[in-house]
Design a protein around this ligand. Sequence first.
Ligand code: ZN
Ligand code: ZN
Length: 181
Amino acid sequence: MKIAILRIGNVDMDLMSEVQNGLRRAFPEVDCVILGDTMPVPQDTYNSRRQQYYSSRILAKMRSYVPQLDVNRILGVTQVNLYVPRLNFVFGEAECPGRRAIISLYRLKPEFYGQSADRKLFVERSVKEAVHEVGHTLGLRHCRNSECIMFFSNSIQDTDNKKLGFCERCYPLVVKSLKVF
Ligand code: ZN
Ligand code: ZN
């Protein structure tokens, strides 16, 4: 499997390298590249009443930003505040199963919660969200194990509680899914 990381709007390149390494570690035999092109944040996905961007609509627009034909997964990364209609916000969204996933860094920095900056924690959270959403593209659904990466994060505490890996029930599903390629 080959994953392409697509920056949507202005996103820190060093962080993208960390996410790239995290994805390589989490998934066996996966290649991960960072696309040189950046996708501008599509302004027609902005909801001025909510002051947030509609994540599903951004996801739909990502297809045209994958130049390599051999890329079979695309992970969009953005700093903007994402939502879907039934929720106050989302950390990310993915086609399940499918090819496209997106994560938002908006709520991952400790500063968002009034805490002091912590680069290591920010990176760890970003990798966790990336692995979780790519897991969805492989067809994995939410897991009941609160320590599993596929557990649904309702708050940043849920994300921090998870381990950076799949539980013993989910990991075989990842391996099974990857054998398709
Ligand atoms: Zn999820
Ligand atoms: Zn699990």
